[in-house]
Design a protein around this ligand. Structure first.
Ligand code: HEM
Length: 185
């Protein structure tokens, strides 16, 4: 006798699966869309019609050494973090780049504790990310040393995405220093 088995309808669309497979790409796309929208809104509010692309790094020579260290740490963290996420091959290469990334992210986060401006002389909401980074960096390293690779990957990827997409992109909004290095109205 043949068993009658009710067909199981597994939903073909699962938010969890979408997040697992494409979470980072969706995050980057969302941040890029949010950045484009916010930049347009700011420029429209200022009555700016056209924006020109240029490269003028000379303002970097006039800023404080703390801000110079912050930007250097952030740019290096972006470059190293991107190559780690793209999956550079080799365990020792990953170790060297990984430890270097922890140092550059540490410099970025600690130097930001001496920066202010968005909220006058006091800390702004971006400083929450600095504190978060200072706490989670050693935790991500500890997870790797315990061989808890899933937690290590989650923590470090989250720090990279949060730091670069929230704090990093934010600095490229019209009117801010990073924007003025590459754009002019
Ligand atoms: C590509 C990445 C990044 C770049 C290019 C960048 C650049 C800058 C710049 C230029 C400033 C000075 C303010 C301005 O004129 O805009 C600044 C401030 C700041 N950054 Fe970053 N940063 C980056 C990533 C980060 C990360 C990862 C953190 C935290 C972990 C962070 C935390 C802060 C904080 C707290 C301030 C002070 C905000 C305030 O004025 O209250 N930044 N950043």
């Amino acid at each position: 006798m043949t068993d009658l088995v009710a067909p199981r309808f597994a939903p073909s669309f699962s938010l969890r699966r979408l997040h697992e497979r494409h979470g980072n790409k969706l995050l980057v796309a969302g941040a890029a869309a949010g950045y484009a929208w916010l930049s347009n809104a700011i420029l429209a509010g200022q009555g700016v019609g056209a924006v020109r692309w240029h490269v003028d790094l000379s303002p970097l020579l006039e800023i404080s050494p703390v801000l110079q260290a912050h930007i250097a740490g952030a740019v290096l963290s972006f470059a190293i973090g991107t190559s780690l996420l793209l999956g550079v091959k080799g365990r020792s290469v990953h170790r060297v780049l990984g430890y270097t990334w922890i140092v550059t992210m540490g410099v970025t986060a600690i130097s930001s504790l001496f920066l202010s401006g968005l909220n006058g002389d006091t800390y702004s909401f971006i400083h929450l990310l600095s504190g978060w980074t200072i706490i989670l960096l050693p935790m991500g390293l500890a997870a790797a040393r315990r061989r808890n690779i899933a937690q290590h990957r989650r923590t470090m990827t989250g720090l990279f995405m949060g730091g670069m997409l929230i704090a990093g992109l934010f600095t490229f909004l019209p009117g801010r220093l990073m924007w003025s290095l590459f754009f002019t109205a």
